[in-house]
Each structure stands twice: as structure tokens, then as C-alpha cells.
Design a binder for this molecule. Structure first.
Ligand code: ADP
Ligand code: ZN
Length: 641
């Protein structure tokens, strides 16, 4: 590889006589700085570059962008990318410009002159990629413009937005079906990270992609460590996660309510951890500002409701934390999937408790929607609870939910794999609890939430039990062998298994559909002993040594210091250029540089993530920073000798 980029390497490649596959690989290496395609990328690129339509289901971080970017570069004309995320288009375009691709966007943030300039560029064939929102694309004026231009392909990003049953439905996506007739000769590629079969079927029909080739990848995200722990004092638990594992790193914290978003962000800031709130109640300008700061800063935490995140392609989000139980596995997997897009070790962590289960049930029961809607919501929640309470590998269960089987029985990188929960025979305890519910109802006509039921089981006097003479019931005090906390743990798990249910406005406990076999002693019931948060598994490579950050986890202690030096260099360059640090180089690339210790431009150019443009732009500066990081280190060690 030559050390200085050609004037226009891309068109040179397109015009070259190498085969298409070779040309694709050449672009991958020259422009993006990567040496091999991942998964289905090569096949998809070849298919689309050859003029075929494609539907691509690939997890977040799987590398969907290259699947349309490279074909757009290989084909004559401009690739038109349709995305619902106007707020992110400017960043997407900057990221492409940073590697030397001619990109632009057309949306409502441009004034008339700016928009006209972009249109001129398009018509003059000066754009490789053009981003726009669906509502703009379907305007007659835009259709006319596109007919006058040379279009290489249409890429429909976030294609699940056309599905009405998914959580991101955008009516404007429905209009995209016109592309099939309006541009029959232009290949279309629809991409999404939403994996369920219903969504896949719907988007295929609605975008009229029946004739397309379908590429469904594995949805596993092996670099994300999945962990779910019982909720004790959630903010303290979150703080421990951040300070022991993710010091100075970027993360997203999801909360259910706007109020808890505000409070959690304040609590983090009060402890000296930079954090910003994001929820639909904030002013649009404030939201936009917080989102931009999150994308640009290194090591900022955003505390948000689920309103935040779609299309955020910040690759170095090192953790996603949930302080409340998500409503469905689909939502949970999308949210956690925002961690570690760069493939580096990352954490998906959740704290959940009995209160979450009761609250979510209550929201559903007392919320709007018809009976069918509520049934669906309940089954979504049940699947989520089953994931929380599983005593086997979380990843196996997650993938199975999406209809995919793992090769191995256990992943080795989730909490249940890293420290398998202890179980106990809870058959008798469950029978005692069910009897208490039945007696209270039959003999007193009463139903209670978990607190009072536990008091009865443990035979603890209180005004309410005195008034109702609970001590005269045969179930009074039959459960003293468990502490209050142990009962709450058991109740949470029994709820998740449908052995009991929480009912109505107050979440009172009643026997559930699965109670029969337990009462009749037809099954034995194994429940997990709660892990105490303090005993959470540490990472495989012994975190905490030489800085508690995940990004540098695979590095030796001395290397971690060099990584920090390079990170600081990156921050200063990003500030100066006013771009997010990851657009300078990703964490993964910095780690590779530390490990390779390049001394020449040629060596640096061979590192994954260093393409021709970045090599020309930053090469010398990186080599200097690398040298400094080493000489600084040698001086310290020679002084200490
Ligand atoms: P998605 O859109 O599927 O979530 P992206 O296209 O944003 O994923 O890719 C995720 C990250 O992986 C990006 O940082 C991208 O540059 C990187 N990446 C994609 N393909 C490759 C590859 N073949 N080799 C190395 N890195 C890649
Ligand atoms: Zn596992």
C-alpha cells in the first residue's frame, strides 16, 4: 500500500479492470482501513453492486453501513440513503468525509441555498452518497430531482420503521414502496437490526422486497457481557458499576420515568461523574444539545428514557445500564445493542426487583388498549421476566427468543455463565405462600401485596393483621425459615414463572396459571438464591488493574497507560476539528496501535481502521504520540530502577 493516497482513489478503483470482489476489498482497505469483510458483508456487497435487491438483518454493530456504502462507491452515480434520523445526518456525513467519501444530506436543517448546492452536486455527479428522510424522498419535487440524477442505489436504513407492530413505526416509511415502480432499474437494499420474524415479513411486503435476496445474520453480540442483578439500592449499584469497571468511559443509563432520569443524572454529577439527562419532556434544543455532547465527548454518560438511542452509531459506548425493567426483549436487545459497536468488550447491565414486576403489570392492566393489546403486552413482559430469572446462559435464551440457536450450550460471557447461581428446592415454600394467599382470600376475603403476605407468613404482628385476626389463620407464621428479603426474592421468581400473579391497581398477589402442579406437589421447584451485588463476576481478564476501563481490557498494565496517552491525543485532535473522537480513530484502532507499536507510516497504514485519508492526515502525529508514550514510560522505569 502506498503511503500517500491517490487524488481520487475511489474513482480510480471503479474504473480499474480488477474484478468487482477485488475492487470491493480494495475499497475496504484503502478507504476504510480494514483488511477483511465480516460475516455476510462481502456477499451482500457483491449482490447489490451487481444490481440486486437485498434485505439485510444484522445486529447493531454488525457492519451494515459498509453493505450499502461500498456498492454505492462501486456503482456509477450516487447512493441515496433513506434514514429517519435527521438529527444524525450531519454526523454521518462528517464520518464519511473523514475517510474521503463525497457525501451530503438533504433535510429541513438546510436553508434554500444550501439545499440547492447539494442538488447541484447530485446532478453534476459529484456525490458518492446522499442522505435524506423518507418524507422528503417521496415529494414529487425530490422524485423529479432523482430522475434527473444518476442513482447508484437506494439504501433504506432502519427499515423496521415501516412495520406497524414494531415500536418505531414511522408512517412516512410506507411511501417508500413507490421506489419499486419509480426506479425499477435501481437496486434497493433495506437494512435493520430488528430481528423478529413479524418485522421481517412486514418490511418485506411493505417495501415490496419479495424478489430481493434476504441476508439474516447471527444476532449474537459476543463482546457484550450480559448481566442482570437484583435491585437493592439501584443508584449505588450503578455507581459501583461505573467506578469499578467503566471509569471515564461513555455509557447509556436507561430509566423508565423522566423524574428518575433527572434524579439519576443529578446523582451521578454530584459524585463527580459527567452525566446528562435526555427525555421527551426536555426542550427539543436541549435534547439535541445533550445528544451532540454525548456523541462528541469521550467518557460522558447519558441518562435517558427509551426516547434516546435509535440510530446513535457512536461505536465506543462501553456500557448500557437499565435501572428499570424494559417492557420487552425486543426493546431490551436494541437498547443493550448500543454498547460496543466497535467489537470491544462492553457491558449490558440491569438491576431489577419485585417492584418492577408489580409496576409493569399494573401499567399494562390499568393502561389503554384493548384485550388483545394487553395480552400481547403481558406476553412480552413474561418473556422479559423469564430472561431475568433464568438460571442458565442469558445469551442462549436471548438468541432463542429471536429464533436462533447458539453452537455452544453456554457463552461464558454472561453473569449466569461466569458465576452460576445457586439454587434451592423451593417447592414447600411456594406451597406455603400459595396456601397463605388462598386462606386470606377464603377466610377473610382479603388480597394483599407482597409486604403484608410476608408478614403473615413470618407471623409478624402489625395493626392490619391484628384488626383482621390473621394470627388465627392456619398459615400464620408458617414461613419463619425465610427472611423477609428471601421471601421477596422468591416472590419475584414465582411471579416470573406464573406461579403467582400480581393483580389490579394495587398489585395484590393471587395464585397464577402455573400454581396447580406446585400445590399438588407434581413438580419440584428450583429457585435461585439471590446473588448479592457485591459478588458480581469480574471480567475474565481481571479488571481493575491499572485503570478500571473496559476498552483497554485486553491490554497489559503498561500498555494501558499508552492507550490513555493516545486517547488524550485523540481528544485534543477531536476538539480542534470539532468532530467526535471516534471519527479520528476508534478505541479498537487505538488498542491495535498500542499493541503493534508502529514506527513507520507503512506499519501504521497496515493497522485495522487506518485508511489512506486518515493515514495522510494523522499519520505523523500518531507516530509522535506513540513514541512519546513509549519514551515517557522508559524514563519512569529507568528512574525507578
Ligand atoms: P451497524 O450499522 O450494523 O450497527 P456499523 O456499520 O456502524 O454497524 O459498523 C460497526 C463498526 O464496525 C463501525 O465502527 C465500522 O467501522 C466497523 N466495521 C464494519 N465492518 C468492518 C470490517 N469488515 N472490519 C472491521 N471493522 C468493521
Ligand atoms: Zn452465558
Amino acid at each position: 500500500m502506498s503511503s500517500s493516497p491517490a487524488a481520487d482513489p475511489i474513482s480510480a478503483l471503479r474504473e480499474g479492470d480488477a474484478g468487482q470482489a477485488d475492487a470491493a476489498l480494495e475499497i475496504l482497505s484503502r478507504v476504510f482501513g480494514y483488511d477483511a469483510f465480516r460475516g455476510d458483508q462481502a456477499t451482500i456487497i457483491e449482490h447489490v453492486a451487481g444490481g440486486g435487491d437485498a434485505v439485510v438483518l444484522m445486529p447493531t454493530g454488525g457492519g451494515k453501513s459498509l453493505c450499502y456504502q461500498i456498492p454505492a462507491l462501486l456503482r456509477e452515480g450516487t447512493g441515496v440513503v433513506i434514514s429517519p434520523l435527521i438529527a444524525l445526518m450531519a454526523d454521518q456525513v462528517s464520518a464519511l468525509e473523514a475517510v474521503g467519501i463525497r457525501a451530503a444530506y438533504l433535510n429541513s436543517t438546510l436553508d434554500l441555498h444550501e439545499a440547492q448546492a447539494v442538488e447541484q452536486q447530485l446532478l453534476a455527479g459529484e456525490l458518492d452518497l446522499l442522505y435524506m428522510a423518507p418524507e422528503r424522498l417521496v415529494l414529487p419535487r425530490t422524485q423529479d430531482l432523482l430522475h434527473r440524477a444518476r442513482i447508484a442505489l437506494f439504501a433504506i436504513d432502519e427499515a423496521h420503521c415501516v412495520s406497524q407492530w414494531g415500536h418505531d413505526f414511522r408512517p412516512d416509511y410506507m411511501g417508500l414502496s413507490v421506489l419499486a415502480d419509480a426506479f425499477p432499474q435501481v437496486p434497493r437494499i433495506a437494512l435493520t437490526a430488528t430481528a423478529t420474524e413479524t418485522t421481517h415479513r412486514e418490511l418485506t411486503e411493505r417495501l415490496r422486497m419479495q424478489e430481493a435476496e434476504h441476508f439474516v445474520s447471527s444476532f449474537d453480540r459476543p463482546n457484550i457481557q450480559y448481566r442482570i442483578e437484583p435491585k437493592a439500592s439501584p443508584r449505588e449499584q450503578l455507581l459501583r458499576l461505573i467506578t469499578t469497571e467503566h471509569e471515564g468511559e461513555s455509557g447509556i443509563v436507561y430509566c423508565l420515568s423522566r423524574k428518575s432520569v433527572e434524579q439519576t443524572a443529578e446523582a451521578l454529577v454530584a459524585r463527580g461523574i459527567p452525566a446528562l439527562p435526555y427525555h421527551a419532556g426536555l426542550d427539543a434544543a436541549v435534547r439535541q444539545d445533550h445528544q451532540e455532547r454525548f456523541l462528541r465527548a469521550d467518557g460522558l454518560i447519558i441518562v435517558a428514557t427509551i426516547a434516546f438511542g435509535m440510530g446513535i452509531d457512536k461505536p465506543d459506548v462501553r456500557f448500557v445500564a437499565h435501572l428499570d425493567l424494559p417492557k420487552s426483549i425486543e426493546g431490551y436487545y436494541q437498547e443493550t445493542g448500543r454498547a460496543g459497536r466497535d467489537g470491544q468488550p462492553s457491558t449490558a447491565w440491569m438491576a431489577y426487583g419485585l417492584g418492577d414486576v408489580v409496576n409493569q403489570r399494573r401499567f399494562i392492566d390499568s393502561g389503554e388498549g384493548d384485550a388483545q393489546f394487553k395480552r400481547n403486552a403481558r406476553s412480552h413482559l413474561d418473556a422479559m421476566l423469564a430472561l431475568c430469572e433464568t438460571v442458565t446462559c442469558r445469551r442462549v435464551q436471548l438468541l432463542r427468543y429471536f429464533g436462533q440457536e447458539m453452537d455452544a450450550e453456554a457463552c461464558g460471557n454472561c453473569d449466569t455463565c461466569l458465576s452460576p447461581p445457586k439454587t434451592w428446592d423451593a417447592t414447600v415454600a411456594a406451597q406455603k405462600l400459595l396456601s397463605a394467599l388462598i386462606r386470606l382470600d377464603r377466610e377473610r376475603g382479603q388480597k394483599f401485596g407482597s409486604g403484608q403476605v410476608i408478614e403473615v407468613l413470618r407471623g409478624r404482628e402489625n395493626p392490619r393483621s391484628a384488626q383482621s385476626r390473621h394470627e388465627e389463620l392456619s398459615v400464620w407464621g408458617i414461613g419463619t425459615e425465610l427472611s423477609e428479603k428471601e421471601w421477596r426474592t422468591a416472590i419475584r421468581q414465582l411471579l416470573a414463572r406464573g406461579i403467582i400473579e400480581a393483580e389490579g391497581e394495587y398489585g395484590v398477589l393471587v395464585p397464577g396459571p402455573q400454581a396447580g402442579p406446585v400445590l399438588r406437589s407434581e413438580t419440584t421447584l428450583e429457585l435461585a438464591v439471590d446473588r448479592t451485588p457485591a459478588k458480581q463476576p469480574r471480567s475474565r481478564s481481571g479488571r481493575g488493574v491499572g485503570g478500571a476501563s473496559r476498552a483497554a481490557e485486553g491490554l497489559e498494565v503498561a500498555e494501558r497507560e499508552r492507550f490513555e496517552t493516545l486517547r488524550q491525543w485523540r481528544t485534543s485532535v477531536a476538539k480542534e476539528k470539532q468532530i467526535p473522537p471516534y471519527m479520528v480513530f476508534s478505541d479498537a484502532t487505538l488498542v491495535a496501535i498500542v499493541q503493534a507499536r508502529p514506527a513507520t507510516i507503512g506499519q501504521l497504514g497496515g493497522i485495522s481502521g487506518v485508511g489512506a485519508k486518515k493515514l495522510a492526515e494523522y499519520g505523523e502525529a500518531v507516530l509522535t504520540a506513540v513514541q512519546e508514550s513509549f519514551s515517557g514510560r522508559d524514563q519512569t522505569s529507568s528512574r525507578s530502577r
